[in-house]
Design a protein around this ligand. Sequence first.
Ligand code: DGY
Length: 319
Amino acid sequence: MPVSLLVTRPLPAAVAARARAEFDATFNPTAASYSPEELIANAEGKEALLISPSDSMNAEMIARLPASVRMVATFSVGYEHIDLAAARARGLAISNTPDVLTDATADIALLLMLSVARRAGEAERVVRAGQWGGWAPSALLGRDVTRKSVGIVGMGRIGRAFAKRARALDMQIHYSNRRRLSPELEQGAIYHADADEMLPLVDFLSLHCPSTPETYKWLNADRIARLKPTAYVINTARGAIVDDAALIAALQDNRLGGAGLDVFDGEPNLNPGYLTLENAVLLPHIGSATIETRDAMGFKALDNLAAFFAGQEAPDRLA
Ligand code: DGY
Protein backbone atom coordinates (compact mmCIF):
# COMPACT_ATOMS: atom_id res chain seq x y z
CA MET A 1 0.00 0.00 0.00
CA PRO A 2 1.54 3.34 -0.99
CA VAL A 3 1.91 5.91 1.79
CA SER A 4 -0.95 8.43 1.84
CA LEU A 5 0.43 11.93 1.35
CA LEU A 6 -1.21 15.34 1.48
CA VAL A 7 0.54 17.97 -0.66
CA THR A 8 -0.47 21.45 0.46
CA ARG A 9 0.75 23.54 -2.50
CA PRO A 10 1.07 22.94 -6.27
CA LEU A 11 4.40 21.25 -7.05
CA PRO A 12 6.69 21.55 -10.09
CA ALA A 13 5.43 19.10 -12.75
CA ALA A 14 8.26 16.57 -12.40
CA VAL A 15 7.93 16.48 -8.62
CA ALA A 16 4.14 16.14 -8.78
CA ALA A 17 4.54 13.25 -11.24
CA ARG A 18 6.92 11.44 -8.88
CA ALA A 19 4.66 12.11 -5.89
CA ARG A 20 1.75 10.56 -7.82
CA ALA A 21 3.84 7.59 -8.94
CA GLU A 22 5.29 6.71 -5.53
CA PHE A 23 2.65 7.85 -3.05
CA ASP A 24 -1.10 7.85 -2.68
CA ALA A 25 -0.94 11.63 -3.11
CA THR A 26 -3.73 14.15 -2.62
CA PHE A 27 -3.07 17.70 -3.82
CA ASN A 28 -4.54 20.98 -2.69
CA PRO A 29 -6.49 21.82 -5.87
CA THR A 30 -5.93 25.58 -5.46
CA ALA A 31 -2.76 27.69 -5.59
CA ALA A 32 -3.63 29.29 -2.25
CA SER A 33 -2.37 27.92 1.06
CA TYR A 34 -4.82 25.98 3.18
CA SER A 35 -6.25 27.73 6.22
CA PRO A 36 -5.30 25.89 9.44
CA GLU A 37 -8.80 24.36 9.54
CA GLU A 38 -8.57 23.18 5.93
CA LEU A 39 -5.13 21.72 6.50
CA ILE A 40 -6.29 19.75 9.53
CA ALA A 41 -9.42 18.53 7.72
CA ASN A 42 -7.48 17.46 4.62
CA ALA A 43 -4.80 15.73 6.71
CA GLU A 44 -7.42 13.31 8.10
CA GLY A 45 -6.29 9.76 7.40
CA LYS A 46 -2.99 10.87 5.80
CA GLU A 47 0.33 9.42 6.95
CA ALA A 48 2.50 12.21 5.58
CA LEU A 49 2.29 15.89 4.73
CA LEU A 50 4.37 17.80 2.19
CA ILE A 51 4.10 21.43 3.28
CA SER A 52 5.68 24.77 2.40
CA PRO A 53 6.94 27.69 4.54
CA SER A 54 3.48 29.27 4.29
CA ASP A 55 1.96 26.38 6.28
CA SER A 56 2.47 26.98 9.98
CA MET A 57 3.24 23.86 12.01
CA ASN A 58 3.29 25.55 15.39
CA ALA A 59 2.67 23.61 18.58
CA GLU A 60 -1.09 24.14 18.32
CA MET A 61 -1.26 22.81 14.76
CA ILE A 62 0.93 19.86 15.62
CA ALA A 63 -1.37 19.03 18.55
CA ARG A 64 -4.37 19.17 16.18
CA LEU A 65 -2.90 16.91 13.48
CA PRO A 66 -4.77 13.64 13.01
CA ALA A 67 -3.07 10.69 14.73
CA SER A 68 -2.50 9.10 11.30
CA VAL A 69 0.16 11.73 10.41
CA ARG A 70 3.67 10.39 11.12
CA MET A 71 5.87 12.70 9.09
CA VAL A 72 5.89 16.26 7.76
CA ALA A 73 8.37 17.18 5.01
CA THR A 74 8.78 20.87 4.30
CA PHE A 75 9.56 22.04 0.77
CA SER A 76 12.17 24.50 2.08
CA VAL A 77 15.48 24.66 3.86
CA GLY A 78 14.02 27.17 6.36
CA TYR A 79 11.96 25.59 9.14
CA GLU A 80 11.02 28.51 11.35
CA HIS A 81 7.37 27.66 10.60
CA ILE A 82 7.73 24.33 12.41
CA ASP A 83 7.92 23.86 16.17
CA LEU A 84 10.54 21.12 16.31
CA ALA A 85 10.22 20.64 20.06
CA ALA A 86 6.47 20.06 19.73
CA ALA A 87 7.11 17.65 16.84
CA ARG A 88 9.65 15.69 18.90
CA ALA A 89 7.28 15.57 21.86
CA ARG A 90 4.56 14.09 19.62
CA GLY A 91 6.96 11.69 17.87
CA LEU A 92 6.36 13.43 14.54
CA ALA A 93 9.21 13.19 12.03
CA ILE A 94 10.20 16.41 10.23
CA SER A 95 12.54 16.95 7.28
CA ASN A 96 13.69 19.93 5.20
CA THR A 97 15.58 20.42 1.92
CA PRO A 98 19.11 21.75 2.61
CA ASP A 99 21.99 22.09 0.10
CA VAL A 100 20.08 21.99 -3.18
CA LEU A 101 18.96 25.63 -3.08
CA THR A 102 22.28 27.10 -1.92
CA ASP A 103 23.51 28.30 -5.31
CA ALA A 104 20.18 29.61 -6.57
CA THR A 105 19.69 31.65 -3.39
CA ALA A 106 23.25 33.00 -3.45
CA ASP A 107 22.67 33.99 -7.08
CA ILE A 108 19.62 36.04 -6.06
CA ALA A 109 21.64 37.77 -3.33
CA LEU A 110 24.24 38.66 -5.96
CA LEU A 111 21.51 39.81 -8.33
CA LEU A 112 20.03 42.06 -5.63
CA MET A 113 23.43 43.46 -4.70
CA LEU A 114 24.17 44.40 -8.30
CA SER A 115 20.61 45.57 -9.00
CA VAL A 116 20.36 47.92 -6.06
CA ALA A 117 23.86 49.37 -6.47
CA ARG A 118 23.36 49.87 -10.22
CA ARG A 119 19.76 51.04 -9.83
CA ALA A 120 18.48 48.35 -12.20
CA GLY A 121 14.90 48.50 -10.92
CA GLU A 122 14.67 52.25 -11.32
CA ALA A 123 16.38 52.12 -14.72
CA GLU A 124 14.00 49.48 -15.98
CA ARG A 125 11.03 51.53 -14.81
CA VAL A 126 12.37 54.52 -16.77
CA VAL A 127 12.58 52.48 -19.98
CA ARG A 128 9.14 50.91 -19.56
CA ALA A 129 7.56 54.32 -18.80
CA GLY A 130 8.91 55.70 -22.08
CA GLN A 131 10.95 58.24 -20.10
CA TRP A 132 14.38 57.29 -21.43
CA GLY A 133 15.90 60.39 -22.96
CA GLY A 134 19.01 58.56 -24.26
CA TRP A 135 22.52 58.08 -22.89
CA ALA A 136 23.56 60.88 -20.54
CA PRO A 137 26.80 61.31 -18.56
CA SER A 138 24.99 61.96 -15.32
CA ALA A 139 21.84 59.84 -15.58
CA LEU A 140 21.03 56.95 -13.24
CA LEU A 141 24.45 56.83 -11.64
CA GLY A 142 24.83 53.96 -9.26
CA ARG A 143 27.77 52.69 -7.25
CA ASP A 144 30.54 50.24 -8.14
CA VAL A 145 30.31 46.83 -6.55
CA THR A 146 33.68 45.48 -7.65
CA ARG A 147 36.42 45.88 -5.04
CA LYS A 148 33.96 47.14 -2.39
CA SER A 149 33.47 45.48 0.99
CA VAL A 150 30.62 43.23 2.01
CA GLY A 151 29.54 42.03 5.44
CA ILE A 152 27.84 38.65 5.57
CA VAL A 153 25.65 37.90 8.57
CA GLY A 154 25.47 34.12 8.88
CA MET A 155 28.22 32.18 7.12
CA GLY A 156 26.39 28.89 6.59
CA ARG A 157 26.04 27.21 3.21
CA ILE A 158 24.27 30.12 1.49
CA GLY A 159 26.43 32.79 3.13
CA ARG A 160 29.55 30.99 1.92
CA ALA A 161 28.15 30.55 -1.59
CA PHE A 162 27.42 34.28 -1.66
CA ALA A 163 30.98 34.99 -0.42
CA LYS A 164 32.31 32.94 -3.34
CA ARG A 165 30.41 35.17 -5.75
CA ALA A 166 31.56 38.33 -3.95
CA ARG A 167 35.15 37.06 -4.16
CA ALA A 168 34.77 36.88 -7.96
CA LEU A 169 34.09 40.63 -7.81
CA ASP A 170 37.30 41.17 -5.81
CA MET A 171 35.25 42.30 -2.84
CA GLN A 172 36.67 42.40 0.67
CA ILE A 173 34.63 39.95 2.70
CA HIS A 174 33.73 40.40 6.36
CA TYR A 175 31.45 38.02 8.21
CA SER A 176 29.81 37.38 11.50
CA ASN A 177 28.72 33.94 12.59
CA ARG A 178 28.08 32.12 15.82
CA ARG A 179 31.41 30.34 15.32
CA ARG A 180 34.50 31.30 13.41
CA LEU A 181 34.99 29.14 10.30
CA SER A 182 38.08 27.07 9.57
CA PRO A 183 40.68 28.82 7.35
CA GLU A 184 39.65 26.51 4.46
CA LEU A 185 36.06 27.72 4.66
CA GLU A 186 36.95 31.30 5.60
CA GLN A 187 39.14 31.78 2.51
CA GLY A 188 40.51 35.07 3.76
CA ALA A 189 37.18 36.50 4.96
CA ILE A 190 37.53 38.68 8.06
CA TYR A 191 35.68 37.30 11.09
CA HIS A 192 33.83 39.56 13.53
CA ALA A 193 32.76 37.89 16.76
CA ASP A 194 30.61 40.97 17.33
CA ALA A 195 28.53 41.74 14.23
CA ASP A 196 27.98 45.31 15.43
CA GLU A 197 31.69 46.01 14.94
CA MET A 198 31.47 44.88 11.35
CA LEU A 199 28.59 47.18 10.41
CA PRO A 200 30.50 50.50 10.04
CA LEU A 201 33.15 48.82 7.86
CA VAL A 202 31.10 47.51 4.96
CA ASP A 203 29.60 48.89 1.75
CA PHE A 204 27.08 46.05 1.52
CA LEU A 205 25.45 44.00 4.25
CA SER A 206 23.94 40.67 3.21
CA LEU A 207 21.77 38.68 5.62
CA HIS A 208 22.04 34.88 5.54
CA CYS A 209 21.21 33.86 9.10
CA PRO A 210 18.16 31.78 10.07
CA SER A 211 15.03 33.36 11.46
CA THR A 212 14.96 32.56 15.18
CA PRO A 213 13.77 34.39 18.29
CA GLU A 214 17.37 35.69 18.64
CA THR A 215 17.47 37.16 15.10
CA TYR A 216 13.96 38.67 15.20
CA LYS A 217 14.26 42.28 13.94
CA TRP A 218 18.03 41.94 14.30
CA LEU A 219 18.61 44.71 11.77
CA ASN A 220 17.01 47.43 13.89
CA ALA A 221 17.35 51.23 14.01
CA ASP A 222 20.50 51.08 16.17
CA ARG A 223 22.28 48.71 13.82
CA ILE A 224 21.15 50.62 10.74
CA ALA A 225 22.65 53.75 12.31
CA ARG A 226 26.00 51.94 12.54
CA LEU A 227 26.07 51.31 8.79
CA LYS A 228 27.63 53.80 6.37
CA PRO A 229 25.00 56.19 4.99
CA THR A 230 25.88 54.83 1.53
CA ALA A 231 25.60 51.17 2.53
CA TYR A 232 23.23 48.74 0.86
CA VAL A 233 21.27 46.04 2.71
CA ILE A 234 20.53 42.72 1.00
CA ASN A 235 18.10 40.19 2.48
CA THR A 236 17.48 36.79 0.95
CA ALA A 237 17.08 35.03 4.31
CA ARG A 238 13.85 35.90 6.11
CA GLY A 239 11.90 39.13 6.45
CA ALA A 240 11.54 38.80 10.21
CA ILE A 241 15.28 39.48 10.62
CA VAL A 242 14.69 43.11 9.61
CA ASP A 243 12.79 45.82 11.48
CA ASP A 244 10.83 47.06 8.48
CA ALA A 245 9.81 50.40 10.00
CA ALA A 246 13.44 51.23 10.80
CA LEU A 247 14.71 50.17 7.38
CA ILE A 248 11.97 52.05 5.52
CA ALA A 249 12.63 55.22 7.56
CA ALA A 250 16.37 55.02 6.79
CA LEU A 251 15.72 54.47 3.08
CA GLN A 252 13.21 57.34 2.97
CA ASP A 253 15.72 59.71 4.62
CA ASN A 254 18.61 58.48 2.44
CA ARG A 255 20.46 57.33 5.55
CA LEU A 256 21.30 54.21 3.52
CA GLY A 257 22.24 53.72 -0.12
CA GLY A 258 19.45 51.24 -0.72
CA ALA A 259 18.08 47.78 -0.06
CA GLY A 260 17.64 44.66 -2.15
CA LEU A 261 15.01 42.43 -0.59
CA ASP A 262 13.65 39.03 -1.59
CA VAL A 263 11.88 38.29 1.70
CA PHE A 264 9.50 40.29 3.88
CA ASP A 265 8.03 40.04 7.33
CA GLY A 266 4.40 38.91 6.92
CA GLU A 267 4.90 38.20 3.22
CA PRO A 268 3.16 38.40 0.83
CA ASN A 269 1.66 41.32 2.78
CA LEU A 270 4.82 43.38 2.92
CA ASN A 271 4.96 46.75 4.64
CA PRO A 272 3.50 49.13 1.99
CA GLY A 273 6.20 51.67 2.88
CA TYR A 274 8.59 49.71 0.64
CA LEU A 275 6.47 50.12 -2.47
CA THR A 276 7.21 53.79 -3.08
CA LEU A 277 10.95 53.61 -2.42
CA GLU A 278 13.04 54.06 -5.55
CA ASN A 279 16.15 52.93 -3.65
CA ALA A 280 14.72 49.49 -2.87
CA VAL A 281 14.71 46.51 -5.22
CA LEU A 282 11.86 44.21 -4.23
CA LEU A 283 11.51 40.57 -5.28
CA PRO A 284 8.73 38.14 -4.31
CA HIS A 285 10.77 35.45 -2.46
CA ILE A 286 12.27 33.88 -5.59
CA GLY A 287 15.63 32.88 -4.06
CA SER A 288 15.16 29.21 -4.92
CA ALA A 289 12.79 29.72 -7.85
CA THR A 290 14.52 27.94 -10.72
CA ILE A 291 13.17 24.82 -12.37
CA GLU A 292 16.32 22.87 -11.52
CA THR A 293 16.36 23.96 -7.89
CA ARG A 294 12.66 23.53 -7.20
CA ASP A 295 12.76 20.07 -8.79
CA ALA A 296 15.73 19.19 -6.59
CA MET A 297 13.96 20.52 -3.48
CA GLY A 298 10.83 18.52 -4.28
CA PHE A 299 12.79 15.33 -4.97
CA LYS A 300 14.67 15.81 -1.72
CA ALA A 301 11.41 16.15 0.21
CA LEU A 302 10.09 12.96 -1.45
CA ASP A 303 13.40 11.14 -0.80
CA ASN A 304 13.06 11.96 2.88
CA LEU A 305 9.48 10.72 3.01
CA ALA A 306 10.36 7.56 1.08
CA ALA A 307 13.29 6.77 3.38
CA PHE A 308 11.29 7.31 6.54
CA PHE A 309 8.38 5.13 5.46
CA ALA A 310 10.83 2.45 4.27
CA GLY A 311 12.09 2.29 7.84
CA GLN A 312 15.36 4.07 7.09
CA GLU A 313 16.80 7.29 8.51
CA ALA A 314 15.43 10.27 6.54
CA PRO A 315 18.62 12.03 5.32
CA ASP A 316 17.47 15.53 6.25
CA ARG A 317 15.54 14.70 9.36
CA LEU A 318 15.22 17.62 11.79
CA ALA A 319 12.99 15.94 14.37
C1 DGY B 1 13.62 28.06 1.86
O1 DGY B 1 13.79 26.96 1.34
O2 DGY B 1 13.60 28.22 3.08
C2 DGY B 1 13.46 29.20 0.96
O3 DGY B 1 13.25 30.39 1.60
C3 DGY B 1 12.41 28.95 -0.06
O4 DGY B 1 12.93 29.54 -1.20
